[in-house]
Design a protein around this ligand. Structure first.
Ligand SMILES: Cc1cc2nc3c(=O)[nH]c(=O)nc-3n(C[C@H](O)[C@H](O)[C@H](O)COP(=O)(O)O)c2cc1C
Length: 212
C-alpha cells in the first residue's frame, strides 16, 4: 500500500472510531464526540417510541421544517411535499390504524399508537417522475431528525404508516393530506419530547470497505 493511501486509511479509521456509538444512557461519551456538537447529535440520536404528553413549540417545529428543506437535493428540484399533522389528524389516524390491526386479528392490548404517542407527525411524499426524489426525501428527513435531536426532541421514522395510508380504508385520510396527484406518500416522522432513552442499536462496520 502506498504511503499516501495508508495515511488516508489511518485518518479514515481514526474518524470512524470517533463515530463509535456513544453510550448516552451510561453517560460515557468519548472526548472526541463531546467536542463536536454535530457528531454528538448524530451519535446520541435514537428512534423514540414513547413520548411525553408535552406539545412541541411552534418555533422548534418551524426550525425543524426549515432545516429539512435546506437539505441537499438533486438539482435543487426540492422534489418533496411535506405535510405536518397534529391532534385531530393523529387521533383519526390512530383510530384507523387500530381498526385495521383488529381486523387483521391483532391483540388489542398490543396495538401501539400510529405516532407512538408523539404530538406531531410529518408526512413526506416524493415525486416518482424524478429518479433521485427518494434520496432528496431521505436527506430532508435526516436533517429534520437531527435538528429535532439538537433541540431536545425525539423522533421516529415511520415507513409502515405509508403502507397503511395506501389501503382503501385510508382513502379519506390520504386525501386530507392534499398531495399533488402524481406524488407518492413515502414515509412519516413522529416528533415529540422523548419519554424513553433506548440504547444504541449495533451497526455493521464491516459494510464499510476502503477500495485501493
Ligand atoms: C425508512 C425507515 C422506515 C422505518 N420504519 C419504521 C416503522 O415503521 N416503525 C418503527 O417503529 N420504526 C421504523 N423505523 C426506525 C428504524 O427501526 C430504526 O431507525 C432502526 O432500527 C435503527 O434504530 P435507531 O434509529 O434507534 O438507531 C424506520 C426507519 C427508516 C429509516
Amino acid at each position: 500500500m502506498k504511503t499516501i493511501s495508508r495515511l488516508f486509511l489511518i485518518a479514515g479509521l481514526v474518524s470512524l472510531s470517533a463515530c463509535a456509538p456513544s453510550q448516552k444512557d451510561a453517560g460515557a461519551q468519548s472526548a472526541s464526540n463531546s467536542e463536536n456538537q454535530v457528531i454528538e447529535t448524530i451519535m446520541t440520536r435514537r428512534s423514540i417510541r414513547k413520548y411525553k404528553q408535552q406539545p412541541v413549540e411552534m418555533e422548534k417545529l418551524q426550525q425543524i421544517l426549515n432545516c429539512g428543506i435546506n437539505a441537499p437535493n438533486g438539482q435543487n428540484k426540492q422534489s418533496w411535499e411535506i405535510r405536518v399533522v397534529t391532534e385531530d389528524y393523529i387521533s383519526d389516524l390512530d383510530s384507523l390504524n387500530r381498526s385495521l390491526a383488529i381486523a387483521k386479528g391483532a391483540d388489542e392490548s398490543k396495538i401501539r399508537h400510529a405516532s407512538y404517542g408523539a404530538p406531531v407527525m410529518v408526512f413526506i411524499a416524493n415525486d416518482p417522475t424524478y429518479d433521485f426524489s427518494q434520496v432528496d426525501c431521505g436527506l430532508l428527513g435526516a436533517n429534520m431528525i437531527l435538528t429535532a435531536e439538537s433541540l431536545g426532541l425525539g423522533s421516529c421514522c415511520l415507513g409502515g404508516i405509508a403502507r397503511t395510508m395506501k389501503q382503501p380504508e385510508a382513502e379519506a385520510l390520504l386525501k386530507r393530506l392534499d398531495l399533488p396527484e402524481n406524488y407518492n406518500l413515502l414515509y412519516a416522522i413522529s416528533f415529540g419530547y422523548p419519554d424513553e432513552s433506548p440504547a444504541a442499536k449495533p451497526r455493521k462496520a464491516e459494510k464499510i470497505k476502503f477500495i485501493d
